[in-house]
Ligand binder design. Structure first.
Ligand SMILES: Nc1ncnc2c1ncn2[C@@H]1O[C@H](COP(=O)(O)OP(=O)(O)O)[C@@H](O)[C@H]1O
Ligand SMILES: [Mg+2]
Length: 462
């Protein structure tokens, strides 16, 4: 049974006709009182809740009713119907546990599809104590997640959340340390969305200056600045009708934050040097390894921008929080790479799988993948042993080169030490700024600042 909560007779009639035609049993409730009555008799498969069902257009009644439903029936999907332009209500509603929202005027097939998806997904939510692999299998049967390995409950929660929100246009914020799979998750959101056949455009905002930011994201016209020899289309326009992935959003300076806020608010912008306003239809996915909440309270990240991008937040666990997934990841990488490198008989020994679990890998899955890749490429035999992996751990100091003693106190300032570390890391990583920043555990932006400070030469194209 589908429960429709709305007080507008015209809407009640057209919705119940539509869903009866699709084979649903339909019940109608005019407001909170009737809703309670229905729920006492029957449990619906899904609920459609019009947020503006009462005279009180603030939507407070809708939110209150939604909370009541959530508490009483935590597993029944609730889809909100909101008026156009009341995205804030949808935001509040999604935070209060709604499964999706539809804006008026809706398209019938889209609405039916959203309800059907929500019902299917509701079956996929995990219940405490349930067999983990079973819930992983269930997720896999509903979404395209084949390239995302893991059975850790935190990862499965992330997957079920992104599965739930992928079909909507809700912005998603992905947080987690470097190398935990943020970009992979962003791609999965796009791939499981209605926009999957449209562009997925990635932008790395790390260390980008505010002028560069503008021309990169919004484009420019010829002559907008000295080097602007031709017109250039910005990333937002390239992403039109698809999704844009704004990586390292915590690195944006204040001026760029303002400019981004505007396009997120009303989907409009002007290319640099042009006065013609463009409008785009873009789904926004952001990622950062920083704690934006802290940055908001410190005043380095705008609260209004934060509010825009974090409608849905997912946090990816660090690899050390999910050691049981390490053997699964190692086998997955080995299986893929052995084909690529023409070594079909390669296998990872049980000892090695066990040993890899206890490693501390600050670079998380990215680092694990690198280690496996080198082992697959260079191991002499068909069975990968502990020794085959151990060789490729960058954190393991080679016995031949003992770590240098620290210089005596007073012989060097902190700045001088920092400079030396950066120069060594630049040499080691062949001036690849991304690698160096990761190795030193700082953002690209922070690295650029220091490179400038110490006058160390670098290039920004990698
Ligand atoms: N759960 C996972 N299963 C398989 N590969 C993964 C997983 N998470 C991350 N990876 C791989 O690890 C590498 C780093 O992931 P990425 O998404 O770039 O991390 P981040 O953006 O958080 O730094 C990529 O090669 C990615 O494909
Ligand atoms: Mg990344």
């Amino acid at each position: 049974m589908l429960l429709i909560i709305d007080d507008d007779i015209a809407v009640q009639t057209s919705l119940s006709l539509l869903f009866r035609k699709e084979g649903f049993a339909v019940r109608i409730a005019d407001g909170p009182f009737e809703t309670r009555e229905v729920l006492e008799q029957e449990t619906p498969e899904a609920i459609l809740l019009d947020m503006n069902f009462s005279v009180d257009t603030s939507g407070d009644d809708g939110i209150r009713l939604l909370r009541y439903i959530r508490e009483r029936l935590p597993n029944v999907p609730v889809l909100l119907i909101t008026g156009w332009g009341s995205i804030d209500l949808a935001v509040q509603g999604m935070k209060a546990g709604a499964n999706d929202f539809i804006t008026k005027p809706w398209q019938n097939d889209h609405l039916v599809q959203s309800v059907q998806t929500a019902i299917k997904l509701a079956g996929a939510t995990r219940h405490p104590g349930e067999d983990v692999s079973a819930s992983r299998r269930q997720l896999d049967s509903q979404f395209q997640f084949d390239n995302i390995v893991g059975e850790d409950p935190r990862l499965l929660d992330v997957l079920s959340t992104i599965g739930r929100v992928a079909p909507t246009d809700a912005p998603v914020l992905i947080t987690g340390e470097s190398g935990t799979g943020k970009e992979l998750i962003a791609e999965a959101i796009h791939q499981n969305s209605r926009r999957k056949r449209q562009p997925f455009v990635k932008v790395n905002l790390g260390g980008i200056s505010s002028t560069l930011f503008e021309s990169e994201l919004f484009g420019h016209v010829r002559g907008a600045f000295t080097d602007a020899k031709t017109d250039r289309i910005g990333r937002f326009e390239l992403a039109n009708r698809g999704s844009i992935f704004l990586d390292e959003i915590g690195d944006l300076d204040a001026a760029s934050q303002v400019k981004l806020l505007r396009v997120l608010q009303d989907r409009t912008f002007e290319p640099l040097g042009s006065s013609k306003t463009r409008t785009v239809d873009v789904r926004v996915i952001c990622a950062t390894n920083r704690n934006l909440e802290d940055m908001v309270s410190l005043g380095t990240f705008r609260e209004d921008l934060f509010y825009r991008i974090n409608l849905i937040t997912v946090r990816l666990p660090a690899l050390r929080e999910r050691p049981a997934d390490i053997p699964r990841l190692v086998n997955f990488f080995t299986d893929n790479l052995k084909i690529l490198y023409g070594r079909p008989n390669l296998q990872v020994s049980k000892d090695a799988q066990h040993w890899l679990k206890d490693l501390s890998l600050p670079g998380n899955i990215r680092q694990l993948k690198n280690v496996v890749e080198r082992a697959v490429l260079l191991a002499p035999g068909d069975t990968l042993t502990v020794a085959d992996f151990e060789k490729h751990l960058p954190t393991n100091p080679q016995p031949a080169t003992p770590s240098p003693a620290l210089p005596p106190v007073g012989s060097m300032t902190l700045d001088q030490m920092e400079r030396q570390m950066i120069e060594r890391a630049m040499a080691y990583h062949h001036n690849r700024v991304g690698h160096v920043a990761r190795a030193l555990g700082i953002t690209r932006f922070a690295l650029y600042r220091r490179l400038e400070k110490y006058g160390i030469a670098y290039s920004t194209d990698e």
